[in-house]
Design a protein around this ligand. Structure first.
Ligand SMILES: [Zn+2]
Ligand SMILES: [Zn+2]
Length: 362
């Protein structure tokens, strides 16, 4: 086994697995202020170029005005870079009035932001999640359909138990990937330890491949997060480990059960796979991400037509993670039309917020 010269690797691994599991444990209590911040390992460019994330090559969307809505973002509670509070502050500074925090498989960030004693937020927060559901028999390039759950109830115990199972699967997968990397000669154990020391102890954290990619960059095994993904971590590459967890129908029904609106994220193939989206709509899909930051004009229009034909609520967002840019930079290329945000607020039963935004705009 090349490149692994630690004195007691088994003991190290046991300790790390314990930390990983501890991090993934759901906890309704907010994390202690100040104890969770850290720099961790980051760097490199992030463009998760696989399947439905593929960069579009048509005309870029030029925002007609600064977006007041961002309905798809990630914090450090899953695979983003920023602490939830910092994300909120930066979004508000960029002019966002309604922000959905949609970390993968965890509501930890939203709970922290809305915990008793936390000062009022400078914007309206929508508690959300993103569930990477398994779609193995659907002939999709990445084998996954990502479902956003917007406006879910953060106090729903059944939903939290479902998310906890998802996080448990993530821990197992994370460990399998780092095991495989070690065998391949790319040990990242030290970098993972550093990452866990800086933020992995936060209850309810959700581990994934982007964190491993950042560790590979920090260890000098990859030039960027994208490089690590492309050469090692995506499907078909040597350190790829298949995901386990919910299928699309289960994800949709879990989100509905928690009172949220399930919206199909960044599915650029929506028009080509119209029948698939139609099937999902028939089993409870309520929205589809039309104004996705990485869609070009043509893709945006084609997904918008699908939303119209299937009467799905259009949603839109930046999918901000923070590897390569500040929030302000991401926001400058995001266009979520006001009417899209207003309709979403109505769909979530937050008409009062929509009316107050309308009043402040006029
Ligand atoms: Zn996604
Ligand atoms: Zn996302």
């Amino acid at each position: 086994m090349p490149g692994y010269g630690r004195p007691n690797p088994d003991e190290e691994r046991r300790r790390r697995d314990q930390l990983l599991r501890k991090a993934a444990q759901g906890d309704q209590r907010p994390a202690a202020a100040g104890g969770v911040r850290g720099t961790g390992a980051d760097g490199g460019s992030f463009r998760y170029v696989s399947g439905s994330y593929r960069a579009s090559l048509g005309d870029p969307v030029v925002p007609a005005y600064p977006s007041r809505f961002d309905l798809h973002t990630h914090s450090r509670r899953s695979d983003g870079i920023l602490e939830p509070a910092d994300l909120v502050a930066q979004a508000a500074a960029a002019g966002v009035r309604v922000l959905a925090l949609t970390d993968h498989d965890t509501l930890a960030g939203a709970r922290e932001l809305c915990a008793p004693g936390v000062p009022p937020l400078p914007l309206e927060l929508i508690a959300g999640v993103e569930i990477n559901s398994l779609a193995r028999d659907m002939a999709l390039p990445d084998g996954e359909l990502h479902i956003l759950g917007l406006g879910v109830d953060t106090g729903d115990d059944l939903f939290e138990a479902t998310l906890q199972r998802q996080r448990d699967y993530r821990v197992t997968r994370f460990t399998r990937i780092t095991d495989r990397l070690r065998v391949l000669g790319y040990p990242v154990d030290e970098q993972v330890d550093q990452y866990l020391a800086s933020s992995g102890g936060v209850p309810g954290a959700s581990m994934g491949r982007p964190q491993i990619a950042r560790c590979l960059v920090a260890a000098g095994f990859a030039s960027s997060v994208e490089d690590a993904m492309q050469r090692l971590l995506i499907r078909g590459k040597p350190a790829f480990v298949p995901r386990e967890g919910l299928g699309p129908a289960e994800a949709i029904s879990a989100i509905r059960g928690a009172g949220g609106l399930p919206s199909l994220a960044h599915f650029s193939e929506a028009d080509a796979r119209f029948d698939l989206v139609k099937e999902l709509a028939a089993i409870g899909l309520g929205g589809i991400e039309v104004n996705y930051r990485h869609f070009d004009v043509q893709t945006t229009e084609s997904v918008k037509a699908v939303a119209r034909d299937l009467r799905l609520v259009p949603t839109g967002g930046s999918d901000y993670h923070g590897d390569t840019e500040t929030y302000a930079q991401a926001h400058s290329t995001l266009f979520v039309p006001d009417e899209v945000g207003m309709d979403l607020l109505s769909a979530l039963g937050r008409g009062r917020v929509a009316r107050s935004l309308e009043a402040s705009a006029s």
